[in-house]
Design a protein around this ligand. Sequence first.
Ligand SMILES: Cc1cc2nc3c(=O)[nH]c(=O)nc-3n(C[C@H](O)[C@H](O)[C@H](O)COP(=O)(O)OP(=O)(O)OC[C@H]3O[C@@H](n4cnc5c(N)ncnc54)[C@H](O)[C@@H]3O)c2cc1C
Length: 311
Amino acid sequence: MLGATSKAFFHSLAQIGVLQRMASRYGMAPGGGFARRFIAGESVDEAVGAVKDLPSRGLLLTMDYLGESVGTAVEADAATRDYLGILDSIVRSGIERNVSVKLTQLGLDVDRATCVDNLRRILDPATEHGFFVRIDMENSTYTSVTLKIFETLWDQGYRNIGVVLQSYLMRTDDDVKHLNAMGARVRLVKGAYKEPKSVAYQNKVDVDAAFVRAMERLLDEGTYPAIATHDPNMIDATKRYAAHKGYMRNRFEFQMLFGIRRDLQTSLAAEGYPMRVYVPFGKQWFPYFMRRLGERPANVGFVLRGLVNEK
Ligand SMILES: Cc1cc2nc3c(=O)[nH]c(=O)nc-3n(C[C@H](O)[C@H](O)[C@H](O)COP(=O)(O)OP(=O)(O)OC[C@H]3O[C@@H](n4cnc5c(N)ncnc54)[C@H](O)[C@@H]3O)c2cc1C
């Protein structure tokens, strides 16, 4: 229950504008800033600079331009044009061509057609330049429409796209079967949002059990699945299952968030597992940052230390 309660608490803090303004003053201050542990930078160039050494440590990456829940077509268009610029910057920088996007950043709250048009505006140059594009999963009010949009694009021939499933949702067992049958690439996560018990498991034991079920089915029938977790128990369960089945280590990949369990990131890569780091950047970092605090309230320590150092 602590997980659900702390998630609810930090999610409510994320809605407080004055807190967001204060945080954006200190959080990403040049050379310091308490949020820099989790956020790679406020611009793509800063983020590229922060991840340039990852490949030399055997780590893969996916770049995530932070932003969500835009309310107008103008904002959605601006975010889309930002993403087009980011694709160009990534091509110029020479880092790996892999990005993650959120559909509410592209206008899903405005209307579905606007969102799909904007996503295609990103996918076409991304396809041309050999990018892989992952569609992140947001809260459960968006699950069905996100999977439908993914399937629409898949049916239109886009193959350099992937999607995310959350093990805390009770529907995920069926979604895994469906996406496996399509041959789609799935990132499996536990789920970062506060969800009602009508659609989601509330206890960690049930969320973890569902994660293991989905992981096994993805490793058996999936297409290069991504097992995204910092939980040593989930990582060990995945390694054990793969070994038990005699699967090659490159049949799937592990994924973790920038700045979290960097020790595990390095050790898994050293063991020969593909290990991808999810690299968030941009000015709209507050909601993402609050989700990270919601997952592990002990992270507030970073904030306090960051603020003290700031002084
Ligand atoms: C690559 C990647 C992409 C993701 N994409 C999405 C998405 O599209 N949609 C979505 O809903 N969620 C997404 N998430 C978040 C995910 O759903 C979980 O909320 C998050 O990964 C924490 O869960 P966990 O599996 O690490 O396990 P938990 O059971 O939450 O944590 C297990 C252990 O991991 C460590 N840990 C976990 N979180 C943190 C943290 N914030 N800070 C420090 N240590 C931590 C702690 O040691 C903790 O004891 C993503 C996560 C990753 C790694």
